[in-house]
Write a protein that binds this ligand. Sequence first.
Ligand code: UDP
Length: 244
Amino acid sequence: METAQPTEKPQKGEKLYEGKAKIVYATGDPSLVIQYFKDDASAFNAKKKGTIDQKGVMNNFIASRIFEFLTEHGIKTHYVEKLSDREMLIKKVAIIPVEVVVRNRVAGSLAKRMGMPEGTDLKRSILEFYYKDDALDDPMINSDHIRAFSLATDKEIEQIREQAMKINSLLYEMFKKTGVELIDFKLEFGRAGGGLLLADEISPDTCRLWDSKTGEKLDKDRFRFDLGKVEESYREIVKRMGGQ
Ligand code: UDP
């Protein structure tokens, strides 16, 4: 008679890649990798560097919760499970080198580009594409560039647009319930097994999150612009999402 095997914790293998905020390790299964969240923080294309105490633990908690929430709502992601404080088991994907930004209010580079104050309301959400290349400072591109340089197919671009807008609606409402306004955020997608999966992370490193009542920034802008209370702001998002 076959007995149920206890689910074993995947073994951390060789380091495959180290980025600014995360390290990716192999596992015994070639289709799965471990994403390890560091406390290192960088901004302005790594021109500013530092650490945010416990950021790795907080971002792993936040990103895991968000991936679980999106999965429950029909979004296909690379997330498998949270393994430990700083580790997440994910499906191995080939990242599409396009950063997808969705905006609900003017902030950051859009404020600069349009010469408009941060916080300006938008008549509708904006979706932007950036070519993921640090050496080039992630230049903004459009879907023609994506096609002309074969970064993604027409079908993938359509899917990315549709998924990104759906993720925006879901996360906007999710954060709203915790008294937080989702101002903008960045997504990355990857290919695995012939399909498209939401990848990377969604956290205060990759989103702008403002307190709905006071407008206080609760995200990486506090680190970028030395606004103080950096750890406290990440912790506040953890707490509002039901963590400690
Ligand atoms: N963002 C990101 N990684 C990047 C660039 C942007 O996670 O390499 C996020 C950023 O945190 C913000 C949104 O994408 O939530 C829009 O960023 P913006 O274009 O305003 O650029 P910024 O001036 O913040 O780099």
